[in-house]
Design a protein. Structure first.
Length: 259
């Protein structure tokens, strides 16, 4: 899952951070604080004017790790035959067989989705010329395997039914229910932002007031499996599968008023 919301990217300087505070010195009530010069490093906290006075906006990052519990798989049937009808008929028959085997192995109908179909001429090339030698049909099927313990054998069974016309690709491990992980990451991100803001406010001789706004970005990207990681074993042997781990990251930008 990757739900993007607007937030301010913030960076911490290696040796010092600039905090801009609104006018507070006696005799300078009408003067605005000077901004950092263009050549200065971008600070990790930004001074902001709020309706109640001065404010400070700080980013925080929270990251937790979970174990993937499902496999997303893209499959396709690729058939080349002399005419369209025979190519389409064979592709249909093969795909139907693959779908029937997946269902027999326990894959729910809701986890099977037709994701593409193409019919196009197929040419051979030689002597700077091209010659039509048939028609190519591609039928694509997106599959979700929710039992990683059986995923390897399910893939091998599908390969046995699909034969040389079946292609597998776009495999990725993912988290099905990551709401609890997101909640943990969100708490860590807010605590990280608050600790930074408190440090800046203390350095400026101020204290944090009420939270004025919060924005966040959540990221939980599937872990791709490349061809070298998922070899097509013999039809009688399951494809080896390891779940590994996956990070869930939340980034927040929080605006506090300062007292």
């Amino acid at each position: 899952m990757n739900a993007k919301l607007a937030f301010r990217p913030l960076a911490v300087g290696a040796t010092a951070a600039a905090v801009v505070v609104g006018a507070y010195a006696l005799g300078n009530a009408g003067r605005s604080a000077a901004a950092a010069p263009p050549s200065s490093p971008v600070p990790s906290a930004t001074s902001t004017n709020t309706s109640g006075g001065n404010g400070i906006s700080v980013s925080g990052v929270g990251r937790v790790t979970g174990k993937p519990n499902l496999l997303r798989l893209e499959t396709s049937i690729n058939v080349v035959r002399p005419d369209v009808n025979s190519a389409l008929q064979e592709a249909n028959t093969t795909m139907a067989g693959v779908q029937a085997k997946l269902k027999a192995d326990g894959v729910a109908a809701k986890d099977l989705q037709t994701s593409g179909l193409s019919v196009q001429p197929h040419y051979t090339y030689g002597g700077n010329t091209q010659k039509l030698d048939g028609y190519q049909v591609n039928e694509n099927l997106s599959v979700v395997l929710r039992d990683l313990g059986k995923a390897g054998s399910i893939i091998s069974d599908a390969a046995q039914v699909g034969g040389n016309e079946l292609q597998l690709g776009g495999a990725s491990l993912d988290l099905d229910e990551d709401d609890a992980l997101i909640a943990q990451a969100r708490e860590k991100a807010f605590a990280d932002a608050k600790a930074k803001a408190a440090a800046y406010a203390d350095a400026a001789g101020r204290s944090l007031g009420a939270v004025m706004s919060i924005s966040e970005s959540t990221q939980s990207q599937p872990q791709p499996i490349f061809a070298k990681d998922m070899p097509m074993a013999a039809a009688s042997a399951p494809v080896p599968m390891e779940a590994g781990s996956q990070d869930v990251t939340v980034t927040v930008s929080v605006l506090w008023a300062m007292n």
